[in-house]
Write a protein that binds this ligand. Structure first.
Ligand code: HEC
Ligand code: HEC
Length: 209
């Protein structure tokens, strides 16, 4: 799965699409040279062939009408910081230079976002609007038995934050903190399951603590 974001958890895959306008005939697009132009100190991240085949469409539906896919790569940020990727698209008319910045990071929890996003002068209030959505509290209601009697451990990956059990994706996501604190999915869905979780696990469990 991909959220299509430019800030991603450490070890999570970034799927890169080099897009060029449909105005260039496909036969004039000769290839792409990919370069990881900047990585943070200590990073050994590398670009790799993308696992996505050409049958997988361009990520954004809006882009599909105006762009064609020139090439794909994948990489996983391995330390916190800024990465820059350059794609040199070789066409009959010359090279096109595409650049994309990616930030590798750890999941911080909603309260960290609230420091700047709760209505002060620094940034827009995203905290209040988010906490008023069903997203912010769905997991709590589900494990407390208020949503569905068939809610199970394999349901949670989309209802919490940063759930990626790939051993490379150690980034403070829900699965990482759950493993750290020894949390396992409740055997009975009932009121109190959420309350019994540690605050460190409630953070990527989304609900404000
Ligand atoms: C240190 C302050 C600070 C913190 C902490 C912070 N942000 Fe931001 N954020 C900003 C600023 C400043 C902007 C740019 C606001 C603008 O351009 O209007 C921004 C922009 C954003 C935007 C884009 C808003 C838009 O409408 O385009 C999103 C989404 C966002 N932040 C999410 C988050 C999330 C999620 C967290 C917590 C994981 C977070 N921010 C933590 C300062 C912060
Ligand atoms: C692939 C991602 C994904 C998985 C896996 C998943 N869900 Fe969801 N689910 C979502 C999303 C996205 C929403 C919308 C959340 C929201 O509205 O805040 C949602 C919402 C829900 C809702 C609330 C619907 C409503 O209208 O309020 C229920 C109930 C639900 N899921 C049950 C389940 C159950 C049971 C499972 C496991 C069998 C499951 N989900 C697995 C993505 C997923």
């Amino acid at each position: 799965m991909s959220g299509g974001l430019f800030t991603v958890g450490l070890g999570q895959p970034v799927y890169l699409d080099a897009l060029v306008t449909n105005g260039i005939p496909a036969s004039n697009v000769l290839g792409v040279t990919w370069i990881l132009t900047n990585v943070p100190v200590g990073s050994t991240a590398a670009l790799a062939p993308s696992p996505l085949g050409t049958n997988v469409p361009i990520y954004s539906p809006a882009d599909r009408a105006v762009f064609q896919l020139a090439g794909r790569q994948m990489f996983r940020p391995d330390v916190v910081g800024q990465y820059t990727i350059t794609a040199l698209v070789n066409t009959n008319g010359g090279n096109l230079v595409l650049t994309r910045g990616i930030t590798g990071s750890r999941y911080m929890g909603l309260q960290t976002c609230a420091l700047c996003h709760s209505g002060g002068a620094i940034a827009d209030d995203k905290y209040t609007t988010f906490t008023n959505t069903a997203h912010a509290s769905f997991f709590k209601r589900a494990i407390d038995g208020q949503e569905s009697s068939y809610y199970a451990s394999y349901c949670i990956s989309c209802h919490v934050v940063g759930y990626d059990t790939n051993p490379l994706a150690v980034n403070g996501g829900f699965d990482d903190v759950a493993a750290q604190v020894g949390w396992t999915f409740p055997t009975v869905l009932t009121n109190g399951n959420w309350a019994a979780m540690t605050n460190s696990l409630k953070k990527p469990g989304q609900h404000p603590v």
